[in-house]
Design a protein around this ligand. Structure first.
Ligand code: OGA
Ligand code: MN
Length: 299
């Protein structure tokens, strides 16, 4: 068992820290408790040089809470009928594969090679996940960086008038479109519906993090979002102002992946984004998500 105290090295940025540790598969309960606290303090954690099979990734995630099954992560090529959707081990359904690789006509995972717009995972669920674990097995040398935003800091730095305006509002998080910009197959018939009638969930725009007690903006994703009770133009104006503010570089940190990297992020108080990368490069990551609780409103 690894009981050596961890070293936590904050990134020179608004969020993120590297956790210097041995093989995380051997972590003692005390080490896991330290990682849990570091996740609350730094929002995104990087653990380098980790070896994890699917079963080991599932077992590690489960030490942080019950795991949740992901939305399917489709390959854009499978969406376009140019590949057969594969990926993942049916015996371990909690693990989903993020990859652009197509092997003999079979897409090994989802989300392709393009940009993934700013989002937080599965916020269209009534009970969205609290954490995502993403482990890199193969990554390109450059491109495909994943960026993160600190949504506590974004909330705290809002201009006072906007801050007062958004407290108490509710946001509809739409379920029809994934972060790669594709209409999810199961919602194909909903994409033409009026925003108000589409599938998704309503959450407080400013939520209180259940473990830290701190308030943060909870924006989900921009496409088809609207503020409940406002007309479309008013809602768009407020959301555009919030998004322009929250996506500023001063609230962000970007990670260039190496094989063996494990990132652990808190979906409640961060958003993330992926840069596109060379389609001929191979990128292959495995992911699990940990269940959360329904978002609660800030006082
Ligand atoms: C995800 C995701 C980003 C990436 O798996 O939820 O957004 O860098 N991935 O692949
Ligand atoms: Mn994501």
């Amino acid at each position: 068992m690894t009981t050596r105290p961890l070293k936590i090295v904050p990134m020179p940025a608004a969020l993120g820290a590297e956790v210097l540790c041995d093989d995380v598969r051997l972590a003692s309960d005390a080490v896991i408790a330290q990682i849990r606290q570091a996740s609350l303090d730094h929002l995104v954690l990087l653990l380098r040089d980790q070896t994890l099979s699917d079963g080991e990734l599932r077992a590690l995630g489960a030490r942080f809470g019950e795991l949740q099954l992901s939305n399917p992560l489709p390959s854009p090529l499978a969406n376009e009928g140019k590949a057969v959707q594969g990926g993942g081990d049916a015996a371990i359904p909690e693990v989903t594969v993020v990859s652009n690789i197509v092997d003999n006509g079979v897409a090994l995972g989802g989300l392709g090679d393009g940009e993934l717009v700013w989002h937080t995972d599965m916020s269209s669920f009534a009970v969205p996940p609290k954490q995502t674990f993403l482990h890199a097995l193969e990554v390109p040398e450059r491109g495909g960086r994943t960026g993160f935003l600190n949504m506590y800091a974004a909330y705290e730095a809002l201009p006072p008038a906007l801050k007062a305006q958004v407290r108490g509002l509710n946001l509809k998080h739409d379920a029809t479109i994934d972060a790669a910009g594709y209409v999810r197959k199961q919602f194909a018939r909903d994409a033409d519906l009026d925003l108000r009638a589409g599938p998704g969930s309503v959450h407080p725009l400013v939520r209180t993090h259940p473990d830290t007690g701190r308030a943060c903006l909870y924006l989900g994703r921009r496409a088809r979002a609207y503020i409940v009770g406002m007309d479309a133009a008013e809602s768009d104006a407020v959301l555009d102002a919030l998004w322009a503010h929250a996506t500023q570089a001063e609230f962000s940190w970007r990670h260039q992946w190496r094989a063996g990297d494990l990132l652990i992020w808190d979906n409640r108080c961060t958003m993330h984004h992926r840069e596109p990368f060379d389609p001929s490069a191979r990128r292959y990551l495995h992911r699990v998500v940990v269940k959360g609780a329904a978002p609660s409103r800030s006082a």
